[in-house]
Design a protein around this ligand. Sequence first.
Ligand code: GLY
Length: 439
Amino acid sequence: MNTKATVLIVDGGGRGSVLVYKYARSPHVGKIIAVPGNDLMVELTPKPVQIFKDIKTTDLKEIIRICQQHHVDLIDIAQDDAIAQGLTDVLKKENFKVLGPTRAAGQIEWDKAWARNFMVDFNIPSPKFKVCFTEQEGIDFIKSQKESQWFIKASGLVAGKGALYARNNQEAQENITKMKTFGIKGQTYLIEKCLYGEEFSSFALVDGQDFQILGHAQDHKTVFNNNLGPNTGGMGCSSPPMAITNKIAEQIKIIFKKTLKGLALLKRPYRGILYLGGIIDKNGKVYVIEFNARWGDPEAQVVLPQIKNDFYEIAKATIEKKFSKIKLKRDKLYRIAVTAAASGYPIDSSQAQNKQIFGLEKIFKNKDIQIFGAGIRKIKKKYYVAGGRLLTIVAKAPNVALARQKAYNALSLIFIESNNLHYRTDIGYRDLERLYEGS
Ligand code: GLY
């Protein structure tokens, strides 16, 4: 009889791929299922991986059916739409073991207006904001304000593209008029005063009662170097960031504590990964830009590999409210993740779709790096573009400079037909500057 566990992961990108890698390393796990998954998960994992490419993460009925048919022992929900649809709730009703917050706890991500009011109620440092329900309301508000920089944010989930930066009041008004392009997700929106400082992402794993911080990272959100161009899901990451000093880490811990206490008081106990997107201002004070009810992508690709514990044991302990009993072990290496994207991403990468990707076999053999697939299709031993973010290359080394060297060496071996590969060349630049300033 097969006594090994079957784990189902809900995600299809690089974040899901690193979870597949972590669970596959556990001797307790025999098989992994991913919905929708991706072709590289199957190819690069040394254990059986079954993917369901045509099933959406919000197709609750189909996911329940797969869990029942395959006798799934543990489900890890890594994707925001699935949380917002209540996948955790329905799976728990069916008595499955689930790592992921309920829809009620996940409101901290899928309803940004609710989240900001929650932060005010529980004294969690955040920027000044106004929630608006009509276009005119926002325009009138901006007209009443002094010249400033702003973020106009859709309250609902719009695949990381809902926060529009405005350099001045005129641009803010223009961005307010763009909220309708998000349909119902942008009907309620926020006007937030811009905060200035250094951004970071922190990840706490929470078991409904206790939590431990798994790690911190710095994402590079815009598509081009020097933080230029439109925001993307994430073009690369570095970890552990040197900006997270002990003092900053202490503030982050206090924010997590207040947040989890607040959610528990509202009878929405949190279980799963809670992602704090924060900013450190010039006085060293941490503010919350947003909370997400899931791992970041590509943050997961640099934080999870640092954890040396068996991740299946961690997930099981979290579900059983015993996570505080686990002593986390981390390696001391610095990691750089670079996202390889299709040119044109995130606006329009249609000309790159279905183009052939060359050189992957060479980097698969490279022991210096890890590869986490996303928008790639494999047909008869050849690889093709099938999305915007194609894969994440992660390199580790004793410091940022050496990690960058390995990551970019590997990237230089890849090419996409008709020159359709795009990646940022400045990932980790803040810590690179700090490293050289300190040397
Ligand atoms: N990397 C940002 C996010 O996952 O939302």
